[in-house]
Design a protein around this ligand. Sequence first.
Ligand SMILES: Nc1ncnc2c1ncn2[C@@H]1O[C@H](COP(=O)(O)OP(=O)(O)OP(=O)(O)O)[C@@H](O)[C@H]1O
Length: 258
Amino acid sequence: MAKRIDVKDLDIFYGDFKAVEGVSMTVEPRSVTAFIGPSGCGKSTVLRTLNRMHEVIPGGRVDGKVLLDDQDLYARTMDPVDVRRTVGMVFQRPNPFPTMSIKDNVAAGLKLNGVKNKKRLDEVVEKSLKGANLWNEVKDRLDKPGAGLSGGQQQRLCIARAIAVEPQVLLMDEPCSALDPISTLAIEDLINELKSQFTIVIVTHNMQQAARVSDQTAFFNLKATGQPGRLVEVGDTQKIFSNPDEQATEDYISGRFG
Ligand SMILES: Nc1ncnc2c1ncn2[C@@H]1O[C@H](COP(=O)(O)OP(=O)(O)OP(=O)(O)O)[C@@H](O)[C@H]1O
């Protein structure tokens, strides 16, 4: 189910502004890749190109290729809605649909895809909530609003909602930045479990988190203020954190800048 991502010579624009330049990298199936780097270097921008969310922003466009198991996500024949179904996303702030019940939050994507069978919907809700390590906490209040959960529970609800439609890739944009340390650990444990099924890419400002959860780390940086962000180096997380090839990576991870 999980797919490999190949990014090739990717330039990313907001109107005339080139925000990111020349990114090429591979993300293996069933692995976690962390994007790290100083603010404004383009981590979230690159992440959003992996499911064509970038082009939702007016003026947003890309040059280059993003392949999912050799399928070009930017091919003319590709439907962006299908791409976003295949490549799910979890955002910085938990964003459950506020008026919907816990159950309906998880089932929302399936219903949108036309699934009506109640038994099937119930099965997927249970499986997804179990997959997001939330089932035991909510199984007795599935009809209560999702907005009534704690922040950490809401974020796991959003992960359950994302996995309910069986994506092949999960993108996470600073999924723990609004959470307390205990909820953060719960999400990190969950990421560790989910990688047996999904290809995961996570943007994080927290280097300990990158070191804890990821197999591969990509360090992005700006050459100079006003210049596009670029991928400085990508590799095995242990190597990036202990013996990176580039001085800029070493300076960043040792806290000398950023
Ligand atoms: N909607 C937008 N319109 C125009 N420019 C944008 C937009 N979003 C981001 N940018 C610009 O693109 C560049 C990269 O921003 P991005 O948010 O991807 O960086 P980041 O590394 O994720 O930053 P942070 O760590 O602060 O979230 C920045 O110069 C930013 O100002």
